[in-house]
Write a protein that binds this ligand. Structure first.
Ligand SMILES: Cc1cc2nc3c(=O)[nH]c(=O)nc-3n(C[C@H](O)[C@H](O)[C@H](O)COP(=O)(O)O)c2cc1C
Length: 188
């Protein structure tokens, strides 16, 4: 099997990491791989924020939980799965040493698609370099953690897209099986 397919089929989300930090050259390689993904009209609108400070990651974990839980209480609207996830003591970032946030400039034509493709590249590139990753949708409430973005030079009108944790996996990477591909029609 070629290297690309091997990474596609052998990657799995990692939720347990060794404490060692991800070196700068690896982080740069991952961001570069993300930025090289296909993107709407080649606007190259994605921007990244990298957090490698343990205390800051713990603060962001607390902030995401607080924002979601306060909002749920205020509006009376919540999702039972999310509610229980945000009430757990465990970090939503799985105690990974590095978190990469993906944002886009306001002129992005297809920000969601761009970020998804970039995230896919980052996951595969990291796997190929011996690093584990997991996309953290539970970080989404941080979209409204204005103090953090302001403190890190992110303009107010930038679009929050997603977060990815990165680190050396603490155990073996075991790909999660998929069912058979379901093709609805194949017209020849
Ligand atoms: C949009 C998105 C959000 C996700 N959010 C989380 C999350 O908050 N926490 C987590 O542990 N995994 C999260 N995941 C990882 C998925 O649970 C994982 O990709 C899925 O179970 C398939 O497993 P695999 O990645 O090992 O193939 C997310 C994945 C995607 C695509």
């Amino acid at each position: 099997m070629n290297e690309v397919l091997n990474a596609i089929y052998r990657r799995a989300s990692v939720r347990s990491f060794k404490p060692e930090q991800v070196p700068d050259d690896i982080v740069k390689e991952l961001l570069n791989a993300g930025f090289h993904a296909a993107n709407g009209v080649n606007m190259q609108a994605l921007r990244f924020v990298v957090v490698q400070d343990k205390e800051k990651i713990a603060e962001l974990d607390g902030a995401a939980k607080k924002i979601y839980l306060e909002d749920a209480e205020e509006t009376g609207e919540s999702n039972p799965f999310l509610l229980s996830a945000y009430k757990k003591d465990d970090s939503i970032f799985h105690y990974a040493p590095t978190v990469i946030f993906i944002l886009a400039t306001p002129d992005a034509v297809t920000p969601t698609e761009d970020a998804s493709l970039a995230a896919g590249n980052i996951l595969l590139a990291a796997h190929s370099l011996g690093y584990g990753t997991c996309i953290i949708g539970l970080a989404d409430p941080l979209e409204s953690y204005d103090e953090f973005w302001e403190e890190n030079k992110v303009p107010e009108d930038y679009i929050y897209l997603t977060a990815i944790v990165v680190g050396k996996p603490a155990g073996d990477i075991v790909p999660h099986p998929r069912s058979e591909v379901k093709v609805l029609s194949w017209i020849r």
